[in-house]
Design a protein. Structure first.
Length: 87
């Protein structure tokens, strides 16, 4: 069985292109996933808003580094903090 070198190169190029293209699609889609969340009734979001406002009032830079067990709580807190800091 003779394998064509030309065909092997095309298959390899196609596989590499798909791998690179698939990786780019994931990177492009990732930043847009969290923008449609409504955390306004979340306790950790509200805590973040209060602490962000307090830091803005006293000219502090993220004085309390909070870490939550749940990733969703961490995201809610950070979103609230940024909201409180910017208002």
């Amino acid at each position: 069985m003779k394998i064509s070198l030309k065909r092997s190169v095309w298959v390899l190029a196609l596989a590499a292109g798909m791998a690179i293209g698939g990786g780019e699609m994931q990177v492009v889609a990732a930043p847009f996933q969290d923008h449609d969340q409504d955390y306004s009734k979340n306790k950790t979001y509200q805590q973040g808003v209060r602490e962000g406002q307090d830091d803005r009032t006293h000219s502090r830079d993220h004085s309390k580094k909070r870490h939550f067990k749940k990733d969703e709580d961490q995201k809610a807190y950070e979103a609230g903090y940024q909201k409180g800091r910017s208002n």
